[in-house]
Design a protein around this ligand. Structure first.
Ligand code: ADP
Ligand code: ASP
Ligand code: MG
Length: 411
């Protein structure tokens, strides 16, 4: 049976840790699995490389950024393969283009289009352990791409799908928790979680899994086991909803401090204004998240929205141009915002969650700047200095004191 095992940056953060990871792989090989390893860059390396490029140019050409940041994974896989060979297990490292994992041309956040699996299958047949660089892709015309931050998760899920295998994600926490365990010590490990909830959590700041990897896993039913590379404990299984027995109104609390808020002040309130602003942002491939338009006064209104901090400089400069054209008074940017969310599939069929969330914030004197909801989440934008406090208070209200888990699908 095939198994894809992925190690995150901390798990390969030093030569000792690579050896520890290699021993995990060897255990699985001894159990009879045909293992494919996917490795991230060593902890901190991707950030270091990005900072080098930014030091030279605030908007470096994205093709060159990919050329640079993809090298972190190349170092890690070579060290990993050397370690496995030293321990007596023949291994061959492969870059994304050697697999190949073929993507579109959107540098730094490329989408996977195709994956060739034959070379990996041949290596496995010959008794080698393939060690694949996470995060890396290649276009049809041989340009190197990367799959977005945290993209090694996606590489692993894509390969698991191509091999019809399960996917083990080894990281520096014991699984997916009800909140980031670094912020909330009382957070609990979730034994099984649905793709839908995990996708929402990942999109709302729980960086333990990359959101796009969950989107892909959900589409192709790839089973994922998230666990710690520093223990042998069972972690969290991410599975189709029908295999997750428990349903709770609120499964987890998330915090996202990676967004900035941009406000266009005193824009004329007439048809076409929102279109001019958001069309310009869309043309620049900028993803806009929360949008708030105030009630107008004397024909003028304020329009606020959030974007990823990495896009904020560009978004601000685009919006300043549009604002001048449409006769807005000014553009204000705030980097000190945080989005806190409560997530749970059970919210679909429960009520009172929003009121309870607003009550917790009110009792802690935290002002809400924007709200957005979906069937399975409620998010509030607040001042970032209250972000961690809000997560702890919401966790306490919804999860520690909240209702006990309701078991459904009982037979
Ligand atoms: P890796 O380098 O292994 O890919 P990441 O740093 O990307 O690891 O993700 C793991 C981190 O995600 C943890 O160290 C933890 O602080 C953070 N995290 C945020 N929210 C959660 C959550 N709900 N459950 C578990 N970890 C979380
Ligand atoms: N090294 C890449 C990053 O830091 C990919 C990954 O770790 O998943 O985003
Ligand atoms: Mg990660």
């Amino acid at each position: 049976m095939h198994l894809v095992i992925k190690f995150g940056g901390t798990s390969v953060g030093s030569l000792e840790r690579i050896e520890n990871a290699a021993r995990k792989v060897i255990e699985k090989v001894k159990e009879g699995y045909k293992v494919v390893v996917v490795s991230s860059a060593m902890a901190g390396e991707t950030d270091r490389l990005i900072n080098l490029a930014r030091h030279l140019d605030n908007f470096p050409p994205e093709r060159e950024v990919d050329m640079l940041i993809s090298t972190g994974e190349q170092q890690a896989i070579a060290l990993f393969a050397i370690t496995l060979n030293k321990l007596g297990y023949p291994a061959v490292s492969l870059c994304g283009w050697q697999v190949p994992i073929i993507t579109d041309h959107v540098h730094t956040k490329a989408r996977v289009r195709k994956v060739g699996i034959q070379r990996i299958k041949n290596l496995l047949k010959e008794g080698y352990i393939p060690v694949v660089a996470g995060f890396q892709g290649v276009t049809e015309d041989w340009e190197i791409t990367t799959l977005g931050r945290g993209g090694s998760d996606l590489s692993a899920v894509v390969l698991a799908h191509a091999l019809g295998a399960d996917c083990e994600i080894y990281t520096d926490v014991e699984g997916v928790f009800t909140a980031d365990p670094r912020i909330v010590p009382q957070a609990r490990k979730i034994p099984r979680i649905s793709y839908e909830e995990m996708l929402e959590m990942a999109s709302l700041g729980a960086k333990v899994m990359q959101a796009r990897s969950i989107e892909f896993a959900m589409k192709y039913n790839v089973r994922i086991h998230v666990r710690s590379s520093f223990s042998d404990e069972e972690g969290t299984w991410i599975l189709p909803e029908e295999e997750v027995m428990e349903k709770v109104a609120v499964r987890a609390i998330t915090l996202d401090t990676k967004e900035s808020r941009i406000t266009v002040v005193r824009v004329p309130d007439r048809p076409g204004i929102a279109y001019s602003i958001f069309k310009a942002l869309g043309d620049a491939h900028i993803v806009v998240d929360m949008i708030v338009q105030n009630v107008s006064h004397q024909g003028y209104t304020d329009m606020s929205f959030t974007v990823n901090k990495t896009d904020a400089d560009l978004a601000e400069s685009i919006v300043r141009k549009v604002a001048a054209e449409i006769g807005a008074q000014e553009v204000v940017r705030d980097d000190h915002v945080a989005k806190i969310s409560v997530v749970g599939i059970g919210m679909k069929s429960s009520y009172g969650t929003a009121a309870k969330m607003f009550e917790v914030l009110y009792k802690n004197n935290i002002n809400i700047m924007a709200i957005s909801t979906s069937e399975i989440k409620i998010s509030c934008l607040i001042d970032s200095k209250y972000g961690e406090l809000a997560v702890r208070e919401l966790h306490s209200a919804f999860i520690e004191e909240g209702e006990e888990v309701k078991v459904i699908n009982e037979t």
